[in-house]
Ligand binder design. Structure first.
Ligand SMILES: Nc1ncnc2c1ncn2[C@@H]1O[C@H](COP(=O)(O)OP(=O)(O)OP(=O)(O)O)[C@@H](O)[C@H]1O
Length: 682
């Protein structure tokens, strides 16, 4: 038993008083009476929502400790280190808590004074005398661990608490890593809002985690600006977004939009699919020029002048003068729609000049009226017609001649044939648009009217995007910055990214810094070593991930005779603690679902939340990306490879599937393994 003055007791006392302070902060927020300060009900509603959000953010969650670390500075931090700069000892947690006097009890992990918690080392102690990490058991503070960073006599050790946190079993959605962000990750998390960053990292190196924490950090450091401009996290599919959706709210950020690329560009209903060949051409950056040419082909030079009748007078602008205006607008860097509006104003201006010459004194209202005059409208309609982006793309995909005219010198005959619909659609409503078509429409829309740009966009699993998709994301961040996260070895689309330089150019952020993460937090060493045997075939330049897990992992490859034995492997995995994922080629999932059902095992679909009662998920290989399970049973590697159009993509899909395991992997197979994974002779 510890005495009443033991350090642990003192820390528990600080936890208790911090929780009491948080309670008081929440009660203050709840007691706010806004009736007197709001002038109308709209304001009242907005304000009340903000207060409700604050109350929610001030909740004391029993499973998320209020603080996880403590820093004792050698000296009081300088005044430039804003929050709580007068103190020398800081508790670091998920959110800021202050006492009745306004003095900090817990400092937000994102505040400048918290930074040494993540970055300080024996080599660079950053003025920190003591770094203390706290361990919790079921919400109760149960342990602590000290590092005296400025004491040269103390030897550097790896933190046990850190190791425990990394190795703990996974159940439920993704959790934040705020207590254990590593120095190289922290550099990315805290890099400035102005610059774009691209992170290449193998499976489980924390890319997704880093991207989400970066959003939380940026929202803290640039709250007002980002509240105005908005932030967006883009992920590969709905199950992935569901898996990660809890992380930002856990960090107190409720306002971040999450979307797939497909949803981002969903102006039309997607009901069709493309052949790989068609999708490859449609996703190629050359299509941007095809669309641009097709749009501009609507502009013609007028061959007649325009006559505007006002009262008893007629004003005439000659065709050569109109042609000059049109030519000048074509040369300007303006959107098609904006230039169209400008055209009527320019013509009106030409009329006004004549009026002035004739001794009249027209004002702006006259110019507007002339711009709306039927003759001017008719002229604009004839020489610069309104264009519907979907109709434009529909015509490109339906009309071989129209496509040929605008694809000349860009797409060869075979490529043109690949993108043309076999059965041309009659209307934008009845067309069976594919995901790639929707991106083309998005491109056309942006040429007509500028797309709204956000303050910051995080793009996860970026390696799977086509150049046209990169452009679609890039135009949503023209005035903001981007965090691009990906792994070239995990690209499983026919158009997968070959180099980050190329991808960043398509995004419009060629200046972005490319960082690499190499320490693996998910996959145990034996499993990553096995999966890395595929690397020379799928991404020759990339180095294998180095697992930071101490446990090499349970790993087994087993030849089996059928689905019954796969089910048995799942049963064995379920005997252990944590979640279990049975990953299989999409084509095999039906049979396996039947076998699991017959054995009385219930299972979830990816994205459905695992719980202590329901821990088994049947995962089609095509949806495994980004997810993780404590134990993975990987069914029939050869079928996973065969499920893709070519061998390299198949092996990449297999690499993704092999790297979902946190604690152990069982590979079961009836067919021979791909040669890279075949048993090696001793
Ligand atoms: N610093 C850390 N401390 C503790 N856990 C971490 C840390 N960094 C990452 N992790 C954990 O490692 C796992 C993998 O992280 P994450 O999913 O972000 O990796 P990833 O690089 O996006 O992987 P993939 O390429 O497979 O999608 C997650 O469970 C995450 O919480």
């Amino acid at each position: 038993m510890s005495t009443s003055s033991s350090p642990l007791d003192r820390e528990r006392a600080h936890l208790d008083s911090s929780r009491a302070a948080l309670r008081a902060m929440r009660e203050d927020a709840e007691a706010l009476d806004i009736r007197d300060v709001t002038a109308n009900w709209v304001n009242a509603e907005v304000l009340q929502r903000q207060i409700d959000d604050r109350i929610k953010a001030l909740a004391d969650l029993s499973h998320t400790p209020l603080f996880f670390g403590r820093l004792d500075y050698l000296h009081a931090p300088g005044v430039d280190l804003a929050e709580g700069a007068e103190g020398e000892q800081f508790y670091i947690g998920r959110r800021h808590v202050h006492d009745a006097e306004g003095d900090p009890m817990v400092i937000d992990w994102r505040a400048p004074v918290s930074q040494p918690f993540y970055r300080a080392s024996k080599k660079d102690p950053m003025d920190v005398a003591l770094r203390r990490r706290f361990g919790y058991t079921g919400g109760a503070l149960s342990a602590y661990e000290d590092e005296h960073l400025s004491d040269p006599a103390e030897v550097e050790r790896t933190s046990k608490l850190l190791q425990q946190e990394i190795e703990r079993p996974r159940v439920g959605p993704m959790r934040d890593i705020v207590a254990t962000i590593q120095p190289e990750q922290d550099e990315i998390v805290r890099s400035g809002l102005a610059g774009s960053v691209c992170v290449q990292g193998g499976p489980g190196t924390g890319k997704t985690a880093v991207g989400l924490h970066r959003v939380a950090y940026l929202l803290y450091a640039h709250r007002e600006r980002l509240a105005r401009t908005g932030t967006l996290v883009i992920g590969p599919n709905a199950s992935f977004l569901h898996y990660i959706e809890q992380v930002l709210p856990a960090l107190g950020e409720l306002e971040v939009r999450q979307s797939t690329v497909d949803d981002l560009v969903a102006q039309v209903e997607v009901r069709g699919t493309d052949s790989a060949e068609a999708a490859l051409v449609k996703g190629d950056a050359r299509m941007a020029e095809v669309v641009r040419r097709a749009l501009r082909s609507h502009i013609t030079l007028p061959d007649e002048g325009v006559v505007v009748v006002r009262g008893s007078r007629r004003w005439r602008v000659a065709s050569y003068e109109l042609a000059d205006i049109v030519r000048e607008l074509m040369e300007r860097d303006m959107r098609y729609g904006a230039a169209r509006d400008a055209l009527s104003q320019r013509v009106a201006h030409a009329v006004l000049v004549q009026m002035e010459r004739a001794g009249e004194a027209p004002d702006d209202r006259v110019q507007d009226a002339v711009a709306r005059n039927p003759a001017v409208k008719a002229l604009v309609k004839a020489v610069w017609p309104a264009v519907d982006p979907a109709k434009l793309v529909l015509r490109l995909l339906s009309d071989a001649e129209f496509l040929a005219e605008h694809a000349e010198g860009l797409l060869d005959a075979a490529e043109q044939k690949a993108v043309l619909w076999v059965k041309p659609a009659r209307s934008t409503k009845s067309a069976k648009w594919s995901a790639a078509d929707a991106v083309l429409i998005d491109e056309a829309s942006d040429l007509v009217a500028r797309t709204h740009s956000l303050g910051h966009v995080v793009l996860d699993e970026a390696q799977d995007l086509s150049p046209m998709q990169y452009r679609a994301v890039g135009r949503r961040a023209t005035t903001g910055s981007v965090t691009v996260l990906g792994d070239l070895a995990q690209g499983t689309t026919p158009w997968a990214t070959r180099s980050w330089g190329e991808a960043l150019a398509h995004l419009g952020k060629p200046e972005a810094v490319v960082e690499e993460l190499t320490a693996g937090f998910r996959v145990p060493s034996d499993v990553i070593a096995y999966a890395s045997r595929l690397l020379p075939s799928i991404a020759p330049g990339l180095a294998p991930v180095e697992s930071v897990r101490e446990n090499p992992g349970a790993f087994e490859v087993r030849a089996v005779s059928g689905a019954g034995e796969v089910v048995a492997a799942c049963v064995r995995a379920l005997e252990r603690e944590g979640s279990v994922g049975l990953i299989a080629a999409d084509s095999r999932c039906g049979e396996l679902a039947g076998a699991l059902g017959a054995a009385g095992l219930t299972f979830l679909a990816p994205g459905e939340e695992t719980t202590a009662e329901s821990r088994l998920t049947l995962v089609p290989a095509s949806l495994a990306k980004g997810l993780e399970y404590d134990y993975v049973v990987l069914d029939e590697p050869a079928a996973v490879v065969a499920g893709e159009p070519d061998e390299r993509t198949g092996l990449r899909r297999l690499y993704v599937a092999l790297t979902r395991a946190v604690s152990g992997l069982q590979v079961t197979h009836t067919s021979p393994l791909p040669p890279q994974l075949a048993p090696r002779r001793a």
